[in-house]
Write a protein that binds this ligand. Structure first.
Ligand SMILES: Nc1ncnc2c1ncn2[C@@H]1O[C@H](COP(=O)(O)OP(=O)(O)OP(=O)(O)O)[C@@H](O)[C@H]1O
Ligand SMILES: [Mg+2]
Length: 310
């Protein structure tokens, strides 16, 4: 019998999504053990990346979320040391994490995304915001959010200029790049991608103001998960096709998740996540389960799909 591979699960790290990554990583380690893989836990917060190659792993399972782990930086390092890894490669990770870059690509390829403008630190001023809102014909409510963050951290929905400036003043202290975009009412729909195939769409009905950090990760917030999403068959097929197209445009690999708003029969793509959560409340595993792909099968598929030159 062929010897089972040793899988190094990289988790935790330094980003604001560290806690979620620890949960994602632990769920995947449990699954890998059940699949009889040997596992090594590696947290860049406590071990230097220069140690990674010496651990004797055959494959790196990337369970990081957010800055450093989802934005192409660590992916470049995996390529550099020549160890096969899961999920998307450097360029695609960078493009997907950077909302400004990915939205530009969506627009260019006729994928609807909320109308928006992007501000760099050098343009951080109330006057410029006022001018850009007008120039881009944005209408309140307006969402202001970091250009490259995750887990809804820093997402603010603003009803007027006053509240927009208050949110902006908070965000400018922590982020160098911001996105201002039209708030899209309607439904929250997310699609799971497994390689080139979009396998299903789930609908989220948060009990909170929106699908924020608590609504995503706290069971007590009681967000309703509706699988499959309550939309017509025709629209269901359409949102899967848009997701496959977005995945292809960004040249994603492995699993990914596309986040949409659905309003007046139209889908607006908010973003593509190249390191989607794999916690017990996470959506890709839930969608996979509905398609009769168990968590173990999903994790095993990810390991088998790992490679270099992603
Ligand atoms: N333009 C918008 N219109 C309506 N709701 C929005 C908009 N932008 C963000 N939201 C709400 O905030 C949530 C998080 O937004 P988004 O997916 O852009 O950020 P994120 O922090 O990158 O999320 P993730 O956890 O998926 O990485 C969305 O799922 C949605 O509920
Ligand atoms: Mg999102």
């Amino acid at each position: 019998m062929k010897k089972k591979k040793t899988i190094l699960v990289i988790l935790g790290g330094h980003s604001k999504e560290r806690d979620i990554s620890l949960k994602t990583g632990q769920s995947c380690i449990n699954a890998l053990k059940k699949l009889n893989y040997k596992t090594i836990k590696f947290d860049p917060k406590f071990s230097s990346l220069t140690e990674l190659k010496k651990k004797g792993a055959d494959v790196i399972f990337n369970a990081l979320h957010g800055k450093g782990g989802e934005d192409g930086v660590i992916q470049s390092f995996f390529e550099h040391i020549g160890l096969p890894y899961t999920h998307s490669g450097p360029l695609s990770s960078m493009l997907a994490m950077n909302k400004h870059f990915s939205k530009k690509l969506f627009v260019k390829n006729n994928i609807k995304t909320p109308r928006y403008f992007f501000l760099d630190k050098k343009d951080f001023s109330k006057e410029i915001i006022k001018k850009e809102v007008k120039k881009n014909n944005l209408k309140f409510p307006i969402v202001v959010k970091p250009n490259d963050e995750g887990s809804s951290i820093g997402v603010n929905i603003c009803r007027n200029f006053n509240s927009l400036y208050v949110s902006f003043n908070k965000l400018r202290k922590k982020y160098e790049n911001l996105i201002f975009e039209n708030y899209i009412p309607g439904k929250e729909i997310q699609v799971a991608n497994l390689g080139n195939r979009a396998i299903g769409a789930i609908e989220l009905r948060p009990k909170r103001k929106f699908y924020d950090y608590k609504a995503k990760y706290k069971k007590s917030s009681k967000t309703e998960h509706i699988m499959p999403a309550e939309i017509s068959k025709l629209k269901y097929g359409e949102v899967l096709r848009i997701s496959q197209k977005a995945y292809k445009i960004l040249k994603c690999r492995g699993i990914a998740r596309c986040d949409f708003r659905f309003y007046k029969n139209k889908f607006f793509l908010l973003e593509v996540n190249t390191q989607p959560g794999m916690t017990s409340l996470s959506l890709v595993p839930e969608i996979a389960e509905y398609k009769n792909i168990s968590f173990l099968q999903l994790v095993n598929w990810m390991v088998k799909d790992a490679s270099l030159n992603r």
